[in-house]
Design a protein around this ligand. Structure first.
Ligand code: SF4
Length: 468
């Protein structure tokens, strides 16, 4: 009898990639693999990578080189690199790291078990469906060739496959892959291909299964999640249907594109009790010329109109955003416009980045003189962070005393305390028991560090008094 093969998936990067890691684990488990918790216990190690920033790629290369050590003791071990960086670097990665057995982009996962079988059998690359094997070169492994699987598949949305979810608290549900935009700083369309949307009925069945398993919070996931469309189904219709699945108490979604924030969608967000009062709306810049050079396809005014529309419909809405500073050609005045946008909108939270050049993106073709010296970009980033944190601290200080429903996620750093999130996605630590993980507690916010809160649980009786 052959021993059960064990696979270990180590994921870097965004939530979409984490979700892909769960997808790969699910695909392998369905084909009889056991999922290992440590690379040392695995027969197959997959490093699932991110290509958004150079820094992330360097980190991954270092990690892969470290894992190579395990192959010295166990030559049968299969070491694979998957995800966006695998897609971006492709053959180059295969050449630079000849000890890697498999390089696979985000559209190849459905056939992952077959490709692993080929590798294990020492099969020649021709044995892999031709569309899969773009390079087959003798590798350092004793069993067979090194394979790279890099085709972008315009139809692959992983319909019919289920993830192996590990959280007992909240579930991420990918509803879309790829992106039809071409923001000039972004590598995503080139490593994940065009937008592909899943069947709404399959999504709803999956959400019903998640709820039946006792998980009541779901986040719908897509690169431009609100551009989702499948036949008669708009994103607004899908969101409404997901919010009405019995057992689902909280629904979030990320990341929407501002242009697809329609009145219909905002109306569903305001009307459906399960849809959380939270919106992550990436602005990227507060200057029209920069937005145009980024090809974001909106202006500062039209972004502000979307914010106003959402806040009019949902007055208690918590808003967060993404901002890039130091985009090529950004002048100091243009950067100041971004600070103005921050002060005008007053986001509850902001994810801030310094522009980082990615090979293969349109921004690489901008004139060399446009590129901002790192010291300047760094200074802008620090100023932006100061402004964003100051605004966040003011907003949160004004929320001390509020009574919130908190979904407990895990133990907090302080013993005897737990950590959870409010509907508005604010993090709260409060005295509690680990047995509360996955359940809801009513909590009064007693203080804030600026970014997160401390709280005290209150009983139903006290809640009426505080609320009344
Ligand atoms: S909308 Fe722009 S930033 Fe977002 S994934 Fe698509 S190309 Fe990248």
């Amino acid at each position: 009898m052959t021993r059960t093969q064990r696979a270990y998936v180590e994921t870097y990067g965004c939530q979409m990639n984490i979700s892909d890691g769960e997808l790969m684990a699910g695909i392998l488990e369905a084909r009889g693999y056991a999922i290992a918790d440590r690379p040392e216990d695995a027969d197959v190690i997959l490093v699932n990578t991110c290509a958004i920033r150079e820094h992330a790629e360097q980190r991954v290369l270092g990690r892969v080189a470290q894992l190579k050590g395990l192959k010295t003791e166990r030559p049968d071990l299969v070491l694979g690199v998957t995800g966006c960086m695998a897609q971006r670097m492709g053959d180059d990665l295969a050449r630079k790291a000849p000890y890697v057995d498999l390089v696979m982009g985000p559209d190849g996962y459905r056939r992952l078990p077959d490709v692993l079988d080929r590798l294990r059998d020492g099969g020649e690359a021709e044995a892999v469906p031709p569309a899969l094997a773009t390079v087959a070169s003798p590798g350092s492994r004793k069993r067979g060739p090194q394979l790279t699987v890099l085709d972008l598949d315009t139809g692959e949305n992983y319909q019919g496959l289920e993830q192996r979810r590990t959280s007992e608290v909240a579930a991420w549900v990918p509803i879309q892959r790829g992106c039809d935009h071409r923001c000039t700083f972004c590598i995503v369309p080139y490593v994940r291909g065009p937008e592909k949307n899943r069947d709404p009925h399959e999504i709803l069945a999956e959400v019903a299964g998640i709820a039946a398993g006792g998980v009541s919070e779901v986040t719908l996931l897509g690169q431009t999640v609100n551009s989702y469309v499948a036949g008669e189904w708009s994103f607004a219709r899908l969101l409404e249907a997901v919010a009405r699945v019995p057992g689902i108490r909280r629904v979030r979604f990320t990341s929407p594109h501002p242009n697809d924030l329609t009145p219909e969608l905002v109306e569903v967000m305001a009307r459906e009790p399960a849809v959380c009062e939270q919106l992550h709306l990436p602005a990227q810049s507060g200057n029209d010329r920069t937005l145009k050079r980024m090809v974001r396809r909106y202006t500062v005014d039209s972004f502000l109109e979307k914010v106003e529309m959402a806040r009019r419909a949902i007055p208690d809405l918590a808003l967060s955003t993404d901002i890039i500073v130091g985009f090529p050609g950004e002048t100091d005045d243009e950067f100041r416009d971004t600070l103005d946008l921050m002060r005008t909108v007053r986001f509850d939270d902001a994810f801030t980045y310094k522009y980082s050049l990615r090979d293969g993106t349109p921004a690489t073709r901008l004139p060399e003189g446009d590129f901002i010296p790192d010291a300047v970009a760094q200074a802008r980033l620090e100023e932006l962070i100061d402004v964003a944190r100051g605004i966040q601290a003011e907003i949160n200080a004004g929320e001390v005393g509020r009574v919130e429903e908190v979904l407990v996620e895990k133990g907090a750093r302080d013993p005897g305390h737990v950590l959870g999130r409010t509907r508005r996605n604010k993090v709260v630590a409060f005295p509690g028991d680990l047995s509360w993980v996955g359940s809801y507690r009513t909590v009064v916010l007693t203080s804030t560090t600026g970014a997160t809160f401390a709280g005290e649980r209150i009983t139903a009786h006290e809640a009426v008094e505080v609320g009344g």
